[in-house]
Design a protein around this ligand. Sequence first.
Ligand SMILES: Cc1cc2nc3c(=O)[nH]c(=O)nc-3n(C[C@H](O)[C@H](O)[C@H](O)COP(=O)(O)OP(=O)(O)OC[C@H]3O[C@@H](n4cnc5c(N)ncnc54)[C@H](O)[C@@H]3O)c2cc1C
Length: 433
Amino acid sequence: MRGTDEDPTRWPPSWYAATAADPPFAPPLEGDARCDVCIVGAGYTGIGAALRLAEAGADVRLIDQARIGWGASGRNGGQAHVGQRRDPFWLERVLGAEDALHLWRIALDARADLDRLIAGHGIACDFTPGLLHVDHRRRDLTHSRATVEHLRNRYDYPHVDYVYGPALAGMIGARGYHGGMIDRRGGHLHPLNLAIGLARAAMAAGARLHEGTRATALARAAGGGWRVETPRGAISADRVILAGNGYLHGLSRPAEARVMPINNYIAVTEPLGAGRARSLIRDNVAVSDSRFVVYYFRLTPDHRLLFGGGETYGWRFPADIRAFVRPHMLRIFPQLADVALDHGWGGTLAVTPNRLPLLREVAPGLIAIGGYSGLGVVLAPYFGRLVAEAMLGGSPDFDRLARLPVPAFPGGRWLRWPILAAAMSLAALRDRL
Ligand SMILES: Cc1cc2nc3c(=O)[nH]c(=O)nc-3n(C[C@H](O)[C@H](O)[C@H](O)COP(=O)(O)OP(=O)(O)OC[C@H]3O[C@@H](n4cnc5c(N)ncnc54)[C@H](O)[C@@H]3O)c2cc1C
């Protein structure tokens, strides 16, 4: 299992785990079972799919090797970005104007769906509006300004504004940023409580959830459909959704060849008090920067700074994550040198070679989905829903996403790791230039 020696029976000790809502009771699978759809992975993707399928009356089982939201969904920065991982200019250049526009519309639908899920199921996840993208190099300002104009004029999206100079300095007490873009439809939230709330809704709709149930093998069943082996029983299902994302291992070669697990780290300060916290981020928006290895930060409701920074590319996490993140945080907030870090944890996300998401029927009745490349808070629950829609009778948006060109990583099974680690380290070097 990824993430060093983490205990799958409990969430990693994070600020999220310390402030989590009551999770529903979801006992491991004991014995054999049958269902219409078996979903492997209870993060946003898997839960989003389970919720939609259960609402439509399908017999659905959702299994996780650990807990609900134990993967990236319960550990992430909680930043709700609007859009795809690639900006509109890149999407237009590579996919064409029409597809880029469709992808933007799907991202807006995902954002609206997040509001609907939170309000409709009464999920207390502290959603707070506003996301500020900041540029760490002066030369990136032209791109930010062009993006704002393009989104406003071509995409009819009035929620963004360009900020720079004194206006930016008034918004954040951070060092080394020149300007950027505020997106008022973006925001931030408590990611684990979102996962727990969605899981509660899925179970209430009739989905059966089994925590502590690892899918150890997957095979075509003799009479059609699939058989998912787990340690204490097997599930026979007409269809299977693989939603293991960065944690998926050993179940589907075509999917795993296209997503690469990457470890990313977060630390949370001791409570700073309202005044000091607001001196860091005046309007309580989320902030995310233009580095290749992105720095992202925001305040928590109890006036701490939650800071994400630093990546590794192996199976193990650093032994002392707070000490690993601290220099990154102090580079941006040197005024916090006297502040203790109460929490530090790591998580694993999945990136694809070109950062487009992977939604694909990898074999008849077997759908793999993931590879949000660091942008899953808004997209993952909705893409889970789209997979469900595709199974329930068809979804043009799923079909469109399934056609996106997502190549395998170069290097095959053994060489792709060293090749990726070298490429990522080189790209991260550019952040310092
Ligand atoms: C540190 C960090 C910070 C991030 N910050 C942000 C952010 O601020 N904003 C943003 O939009 N995105 C962010 N992301 C990305 C975002 O969290 C993910 O894109 C999203 O959570 C993906 O959801 P998922 O359901 O696809 O995968 P996950 O949440 O990773 O869920 C996969 C689940 O599958 C289970 N699983 C895997 N294999 C098996 C198996 N064989 N049997 C049973 N269960 C299995 C795992 O236990 C896991 O619970 C961040 C990610 C990390 C790690």
